[in-house]
Design a protein around this ligand. Structure first.
Ligand SMILES: *[C@@H]1O[C@H](CO)[C@@H](O)[C@H](O)[C@H]1NC(C)=O
Ligand SMILES: *[C@@H]1O[C@H](CO)[C@@H](O)[C@H](O)[C@H]1NC(C)=O
Ligand SMILES: *[C@@H]1O[C@H](CO)[C@@H](O)[C@H](O)[C@H]1NC(C)=O
Ligand SMILES: *[C@@H]1O[C@H](CO)[C@@H](O)[C@H](O)[C@H]1NC(C)=O
Ligand SMILES: *[C@@H]1O[C@H](CO)[C@@H](O)[C@H](O)[C@H]1NC(C)=O
Length: 401
């Protein structure tokens, strides 16, 4: 009698295990298979090729390749051949997808030398609050329209409770996503909007001015050796983003680099943006002189904002106080002890310890207080709040450096 519940728990566990780890790992490309495919176009069987001009391609546009994928749990690989594509992309499929950009062996680990660009020019200029930012992004990943909407107010769009989770293992390598609506802040113009899904972006570039990357509710996104360029609130959202060994390029300053809207949950959550072992610097030397000492690390989109810059280099563009508050209708969004606008072992000319302390809103974490945020395993969590599933991150690539 007493063993029954345990047996039940065990069989449930053994049913779930292959779906979450083993099955995904065995069907995902190894690093050797991936790099061979990207550099020689010798790819695993069933890889779908895209090119607007090359006769070896199966599809001329990326979205037509995405639309052709079966709506099931199989792992699928798409290789985008060298070129510039002008498209808006929308991925709703739940099964694993790997999207590779063609490149050469010298450029494989350098996002500044990517040979595939997906661009689109669109920005939300609606001032009535009725048109959602989602319609203006280059790439959208979310299971349904409702799951993707930003909405407004302190809690954003209320996603219906029966909304399914979306993609559980989405991977992109060596692709630039560019929203080139205007070369300055002119309304939300995302390169990526990613909600209710788990995904990794390796050696990718994301270029815009305002709201470049949005990680929506239940979005878990990992960025590795990627470039994120922007001016205003260009890392924003509700979900969880981890930027590892990446370059944050300041094209000017407005708002903050980060602007997060936290959510109250029944479980402990660590929704927020973590920028680790990265570089935050002006996009070029001419912009560096005009923005010296003026870019804020972030501002709270609501009082539950959470952002941490850890072991990260900051050039002289950063505001001496680090972060700024966001005051709306006379109300401070920053709340002492609730809002987490933090740094841990940040360094470089943009890090002024005295000014940070004087400013009074930037938390300088100790080794002990940073421990709670110190790895992807301790921050990424599932829909129910469980931490630790990072099987969707390409550790073979990350650990190889
Ligand atoms: C894909 O499958 C899911 C799960 O069965 C379903 O909810 C969704 O509507 C399907 N999507 C399309 C576009 O058919
Ligand atoms: C993405 O595709 C889904 C399914 O076709 C659709 O309901 C949704 O509106 C699309 N989202 C965007 C932003 O185009
Ligand atoms: C420097 O970056 C700014 C912002 O992106 C851009 O407008 C300008 O053209 C760049 N200048 C050079 C010389 O590349
Ligand atoms: C979170 O909960 C606190 C305490 O109940 C409340 O003051 C705050 O407004 C809530 N914030 C959001 C964004 O729901
Ligand atoms: C750091 O900030 C303090 C306080 O605002 C200021 O007096 C000092 O000059 C700054 N140091 C540097 C190196 O900019």
């Amino acid at each position: 009698m007493h063993f029954k519940p345990i047996l039940k728990a065990l069989s449930l566990f053994s049913l779930l295990t292959p779906i979450h780890s083993a099955a995904l790992k065995s069907t995902t490309l190894t690093q050797a298979e991936r790099t061979k495919c990207q550099t020689t176009l010798t790819c695993p069987k069933d890889t779908i090729f895209v090119s607007a001009t090359d006769s070896r391609a199966h599809y001329k546009t990326i979205q037509s390749a995405i639309d052709a994928l079966p709506n099931d749990s199989s792992s699928q690989t798409i290789l985008i051949m060298e070129g510039s594509y002008t498209e808006q992309l929308n991925v709703t499929r739940a099964g694993p997808i790997t999207i590779l950009g063609e490149t050469d062996s010298k450029a494989l680990t350098d996002a500044s030398k990517n040979k595939v660009t997906v661009s689109y020019a669109a920005a939300n200029q609606d001032s009535t609050g009725t048109i959602d930012n989602i319609w203006f992004s280059v790439l959208v990943v979310a299971p349904t329209l409702d799951a993707s909407l930003v909405g407004s107010g302190t809690t954003g769009f209320a996603v219906p409770a029966d909304t399914p989770f979306g993609n559980r293992d989405f991977r992109v390598y060596n692709i630039d996503f560019v929203n080139d609506y205007a070369p300055y802040t002119d309304g939300p113009a995302a390169a990526l909007m990613f909600s209710r899904a788990n995904g990794g972006f390796y050696y990718c570039g994301f270029y815009s001015y305002q709201d470049t990357i949005y990680i929506g509710k239940l979005g878990n996104a990992y960025f590795y050796k990627s470039i994120i360029a922007g001016e205003t609130d260009f890392l924003y959202g509700f979900g969880t983003a981890w930027l590892q060994s990446s370059d944050i390029q300041l094209r000017s300053c407005g708002g903050g680099i980060t602007a997060w809207k936290g959510t109250n949950t029944t479980f402990e959550n660590k929704y927020g943006v973590y920028i680790v072992d990265s570089n935050v610097a002006a996009a070029n030397t001419s912009i560096a002189s005009s923005i010296k000492g003026s870019c804020a690390l972030g501002r709270p989109w609501n009082s539950l904002h959470r952002s941490v810059f850890a072991n990260t280099y900051e050039d002289g563009s950063i505001l001496p106080a680090g972060y700024i508050d966001w005051v709306v209708d006379g109300v401070d969004r920053f709340e002492e002890g609730i809002t987490v606008m933090a740094e841990y072992e940040a360094y470089g000319p943009g890090f002024n310890r005295t000014a940070r302390i004087d400013g009074g809103i930037d938390s300088l974490l100790t080794k002990k207080s940073y421990a709670t945020y110190s790895s992807p395993e301790v921050v990424f969590q599932d829909q129910e709040g469980k931490f630790g599933d990072v099987s969707w991150i390409d550790w073979e690539t990350v650990d190889a450096k």
